[in-house]
Design a protein around this ligand. Structure first.
Ligand code: C2E
Ligand code: CA
Ligand code: CA
Length: 712
């Protein structure tokens, strides 16, 4: 931008410019005023001199002429006057002579030029001649010789008086001339003063106009620049700066505008950052993940979903602060592991790690093959090995992985879209959560398995009808007394061609297809039949049947259960129903109503797999349940994990607080048993005390039972 080329004297501040402009203006006005006062003073002096000196003199000279004329007449009256009135006439003549003398006397001190002095000298001579002639004339009058007196008057007095009058008139003429000259000079002086004051005023006006224009332009120009800059900022251009001008005030505003622009730009960056980043971890969010992969790395072929296990339970029991710390730690460690893997060439450059929700993270990258991805997963596992210490707790970081790739190498072909990869990884994560190994690939095999499950499902209907299903019972024992309190009923399927099919394999699909209700019905019948058989010797034992969400969704499920119980003749409280925590959370409001209906028929309810779902404490309080079954993932190696022990203790205390019986599932070692006992659990269920039993083995176990009292 062009800068103005002012001289060095031109001030850089508008304030100084205005002060300079007005200062010069005021100074000029003062000079004009001083000039005017000075000149008026001079004019007053001239006028005064004129009034007191020149006019006085003129009047005196006029009076001299008048007296000179008057004395001639007075002498005529004296000559003609009778003797007795002569004294008055003498006095008149004397008076006039005295006045003439007085005027001549005063003029002698007051005359200004040589000509006038010459006139006066001649006038004085004539006066002397007149005085002599007057005395001679007076003598003739006293001698009563009027003729001689007239003679003297005409011959001597009148010529002397005439000469005096001439001289006096000459003086008068001269004085008039002088006054005229002086008046002319005064007029010239007035004209000069007027011209000077006019010039000064015109100069001041011109200067005022010049200063006004210059100051205005020097302010308006930079202000226009500011306006343009502000317009640019409004249009979102934060890069260009307001240029410096030679005006300090405007520069200060420009500086403020620049600062404001920086602040606005920073705030805009923050907002964009917030829109695309997760505030807790600083990682990109789901939107940013999809966007950044599209923007930067078209060759990404693998997506790993990582889910922080048991986050909900940790939040509920150890507080949200601890949960947040875990999320941050997991984010940090996973990001670092990915960076290291990139540096070591295990995976391609620019991996993107994002936090999708809660404890779920996604990593998108390019990997040469699945072996590399699994090596990466192991690295992440190692990075997570160290427990997180947070507000006095030591908590394990455990991740479940859902892995998906586009099945191609980076270089070849067009990889799957991130969207698809994400969906596939979600499917894989889902199945990983069901399996014990903690990770799963989304694969063709998985798809095939899904399809084979579908064919399996069509067999299931047959299975129920042709007694391919079996009910196995896994005993549960009181930790306080060591006595059996009952058993959990677990379904087994002996497929005619496939052999044994694990419930973990078909139950989820049977649930999806709605076939599970047949299984539940069958299991309920079996359980009630067994309870009826046990009643004579061990009426205190109960059997728990697993109920799926699909059962709960069926209208009239509670009535059906009630009818079955009634038909069996078994007390309703001996049949327990287990509902998974996650199942309850699928439709919490409906679940609460249904559980109440079930509770009304007298069947106690248990929350299965507690700690893996997302129920809140407030929600639990509303449920009419009587047992909490802590998920076996918490019990696994519990004795070696102080952090998990704290969780289990908290869950147990919470359960007791709500008057619930607390059962530990999947106890496999003596150490785990000791730990759950110490932590306050009430009931133990697991391979340590008994595997699920069937047929002869079940019968043998039952026969060996000592008579006992139920804890219920
Ligand atoms: P669940 O309800 O949590 O059942 C407990 C599972 O843990 C059983 O597996 C049992 O064999 C296993 N288990 C018991 N003690 C231990 C132990 O000490 N260590 C280990 N590693 N496992 C132990 P199962 O029988 O394979 O059942 C798997 C899941 O299938 C059950 O989990 C339940 O969700 C579902 N399921 C089983 N039977 C039925 C059924 O009749 N109806 C419905 N709806 N679901 C069923
Ligand atoms: Ca169960
Ligand atoms: Ca369970």
């Amino acid at each position: 931008m062009k800068t103005t080329t002012h001289g060095g004297w031109w001030p850089q501040r508008i304030g100084w410019r205005l002060a300079l402009g007005f200062g010069v203006l005021v100074a000029l006005m003062l000079v004009a005023l001083a000039q005017a006062i000075f000149q008026i003073h001079t004019i007053t002096g001239v006028t005064q001199r004129f009034a007191t000196g020149d006019m006085q003199r003129l009047l005196r000279v006029q009076a001299l002429s008048l007296q000179t004329e008057g004395v001639g007449n007075a002498l005529i009256r004296l000559i003609n006057a009778p003797r007795d009135s002569r004294v008055r006439e003498y006095a008149d003549v004397d008076e006039r002579n005295r006045r003439i003398d007085g005027i001549v006397e005063s003029l002698a001190h007051d005359l200004r030029d040589a000509d006038q002095e010459e006139n006066l000298r001649r006038l004085v001579e004539c006066r002397a001649a007149y005085a002599e002639a007057f005395i001679a004339t007076a003598d003739e009058i006293e001698a009563d010789n009027p003729k001689a007196a007239w003679q003297l008057l005409n011959d001597r007095v009148n010529p002397a008086l005439k000469t005096m009058l001439l001289e006096s008139n000459a003086l008068l003429q001269r004085e008039r001339q002088r006054i005229e000259t002086q008046l002319e000079e005064a007029q010239q002086l007035f004209d000069r003063v007027a011209l000077l004051v006019a010039c000064l005023s015109v100069l001041a006006v011109a200067l005022a106009i010049w200063l006004g224009v210059r100051t205005t332009r020097s302010v308006v120009g930079p202000l226009a620049q500011l306006e343009v800059a502000a317009q640019r900022i409004a249009e979102g251009d934060y890069t260009s700066r307001v240029p410096t001008t030679r005006t300090q005030e405007v520069d200060r505003v420009g500086q403020a505008l620049n600062t404001m622009t920086d602040a606005v730009a920073q705030r805009e960056r923050d907002i964009v950052h917030l829109a695309f980043h997760d505030p807790l971890t600083g990682l990109p969010n789901r939107t940013a993940l999809l966007k950044s992969v599209l923007d930067t790395d078209q060759s990404a072929n693998t997506l790993a979903l990582m889910d922080l296990a048991r986050l909900k339970a940790i939040n509920e029991t150890l507080g949200y602060g601890t949960g947040d710390t875990l999320i941050q730690q997991a984010a940090q460690r996973a990001s670092q592991a990915l960076q290291d893997a990139t540096a070591d060439g295990l995976i391609g450059p620019h991996p993107v790690v994002a936090r999708l929700s809660g404890g779920t993270f996604a990593a998108v990258f390019c990997a040469p093959d699945r072996a590399a991805v699994e090596a990466l997963r192991e690295r992440i596992e190692r990075a997570m090995a160290e427990p997180v210490h947070c507000s006095g707790h030591s908590v394990d970081l455990s991740l479940t992985y859902g892995l998906a790739d586009s099945g191609d190498l980076c270089e070849s072909g067009k990889p799957l879209s991130v969207d698809t990869l994400l969906r596939n990884a979600e499917v894989a994560l889902h199945s990983a959560k069901r399996s014990a190994i903690g990770f799963a690939w989304h694969s063709e095999a998985q798809e095939a398995a899904r399809l084979s499950h579908l064919s399996l499902l069509s067999d299931l209907r047959q299975a129920v009808a042709t007694s391919q299903l079996q009910m196995w019972l896994q005993p549960k024992f009181s930790l306080a007394t060591g006595q059996a309190v009952g058993a959990e009923a677990l379904v087994r399927w002996q497929h005619p061609t496939r052999g044994f099919v694990s419930p973990a394999e078909f139950v989820p699909f049977a649930e999806q297809a709605g076939y599970i209700t047949m299984v539940t019905q069958w299991m309920l019948e079996q359980a009630l039949r067994t309870l009826a058989a046990w009643a004579p010797t061990h009426p205190e034992l109960s059997i728990a049947v697993n109920v799926s969400t699909r059962d709960l969704q069926h209208k009239g499920f509670a009535e059906r259960v009630a009818r079955l119980i009634e038909a069996s003749g078994v007390p309703a409280k001996r049949l327990r129903l287990e509902i998974t925590e996650s199942g309850l959370m699928d439709d919490p409001q409906h679940s609460v109503a249904l559980l109440h209906a079930l509770r009304e028929i007298g069947t106690p309810l248990s929350i299965d797999d507690f700690g893996t779902g997302y129920s809140s404490l407030a929600y639990l309080q509303k449920l009419p349940v009587s047992e909490l079954k802590i998920d076996r993932s918490f019990i696994d190696k519990l004795d070696q994990s102080p952090g998990t022990q704290k969780l289990v203790r908290a869950m147990t205390e919470m359960g007791h607080g709500l008057d619930l019986m607390v059962t530990a599932e999947g106890v496999e070692t003596e150490a785990e048993r000791k730990t759950i006992t110490r932590l306050g659990c009430d009931v133990i269920q697991g391979y340590l005390t008994s595997r699920p039993l069937h047929g002869d083995k079940l019968q043998a176990w039952f026969d060996a039972l000592p008579p006992a009292q139920s804890v219920f």
